[in-house]
Design a protein around this ligand. Structure first.
Ligand code: KG4
Ligand code: ZN
Length: 396
């Protein structure tokens, strides 16, 4: 089964094609464009600019992904005026995108994919709509069923991919009761997974997400956006040479007795510390980055361990951009192996930790093989910026 997927929820535009045969996955095509340089000067994602950049790049990425998959066939394939009208109607808020899509489909053959999958939320709604409307237009033009996918479910399920060879993966089976630690720029959540698509949120951040805190602290230290990798690199340099840190930041809600998080307090503590300092040397930056990362990660690890114990977890899945953090990986794997050696710990492949469209295809494929795809009218597929992972259970 082949699936074409589109992701535009935030600041990465992605188009992928995967082929699945039972548990074997081939990533046939994957084209990803980052908008980091566009948003860098704002220190965060600017929705109107994100929308524009997605619209500018998406058809080029579609062609690139199809080409990699050997599915880009140049041929004249005119479509009817009625179909053109429908495409214009569904992309009426996307500027010249409808025209670009029509030009593309009229000059290329229909790819042999069973489904088109697209992120419908959560994320920035103007950005999400670009992907959704492109996917709807392609679904209409090619007569291929469209599946809306929850971005966070993508982050969870992509961690089940184990690399076996270049572009070839084996999709592990979920072992319930599983626990997902979802850590990204917009989310910090602990989610129980009772079965495929049966999610129960047990904790979440009450203010900032952990990735957002990394980004904000990076900005305070004059480091580039996104801040996660920059902070993490400085912190690693500090730990290589020093053992004692003069800075210590709070661990909010560490002993709150629940599974909620709070990251705005750590960020404010860093801000006050920096304000006290007339200037900051490179060594001090490294020490502050390490102290911040220590605090941020310690709370994640402590709450995750508590949930593993309380819910008798068999499999821990970490997902989202912050899952790419080397220190989190090391600390969590070490602690779980020590305290719960029977628990399988899964992190995403590094290139699949931050936003990408392969994860959207994997979530769609999982639904397809579970027989959980329901045909739904295109009009009912909408962007939902606040979509929760608990919203989209399979109807059995
Ligand atoms: O999942 P993602 O790509 O986008 C969202 O859905 O939010 O996550 C992006 C977030 C950013 O806040 C970024 O700073 C953070 O993930 N991030 C990291 C690392 N790589 C990315 N945070 C800590 N350490 C990293 N290595
Ligand atoms: Zn994400």
């Amino acid at each position: 089964m082949k699936i074409l997927s589109i992701e535009t929820s935030c600041d990465e535009t992605g188009v992928s094609i995967i082929e699945g045969m039972e548990h074997n996955i081939t990533v046939c095509g994957n084209a990803l464009a980052s908008q980091v340089d566009i948003h860098e000067k704002y220190g965060g994602v600017f929705p109107a600019l994100a929308k524009r950049a997605h619209g500018e790049k998406i058809i080029t990425l579609l062609a690139e992904a199809l080409d990699q998959a050997g599915m880009l066939h140049v041929e004249t394939s005119p479509i009817s005026d009625d179909l053109k009208k429908e495409i214009f109607e569904c992309c009426k808020h996307e500027g010249i995108l409808a025209q670009k899509i029509i030009e593309f489909v009229e000059t290329h053959g229909v790819p042999t994919v069973e489904y088109i999958a697209v992120t419908s939320g959560p994320g920035l709604e103007p950005a999400l709509w670009v992907g959704i409307n492109t996917a709807k237009a392609l679904s209409i033009a090619w007569n291929i069923a469209l599946i809306p996918i929850n971005h966070m479910e993508g982050h969870v399920l992509v961690s089940l991919m184990q690399e076996v060879a270049e572009k070839k993966y084996s999709l592990l089976s979920l072992t319930p009761p599983a626990l997902a630690l979802l850590v990204s720029g917009g989310h910090t959540e602990l989610v129980l997974i009772h079965d495929y698509a049966r999610y129960e949120k047990i904790g979440h951040t009450r203010d900032d997400a952990v990735g957002e805190a990394f980004d904000k602290v990076a900005r305070m230290l004059g480091l580039p956006y996104p801040g996660g990798p920059a902070i993490s690199n400085l912190a690693a340099q500090f730990r290589k040479t020093k053992h004692e840190n003069q800075y210590i930041f709070p661990r909010p809600m560490m002993h709150s007795g629940d599974y909620d998080f709070s990251y705005s307090g750590i960020k404010t503590a860093v801000l006050y510390k920096i304000k006290e300092m007339p200037e900051i040397s490179q060594d001090q930056k490294m020490a502050i980055a390490a102290a911040f990362e220590d605090a941020a990660i310690e709370v994640l690890v402590a709450k995750t361990l508590r949930a593993i114990s309380h819910y008798h977890i068999a499999m821990l899945i970490v997902g989202g951009g912050v899952a790419g953090n080397t220190y989190l990986r090391a600390q969590l794997i070490h602690a779980v192996q020590n305290q719960f050696p029977q628990v399988t710990v899964l992190f995403p492949q590094r290139w699949l930790a931050t936003d990408n469209s392969v994860m959207i295809a994997i979530a769609a494929y999982t639904r397809a093989i579970k027989g959980a795809i329901e045909s739904q009218p295109l009009e009912s597929i909408k962007a939902d910026g606040n979509l929760s992972i608990t919203d989209g259970g399979y109807r059995k």
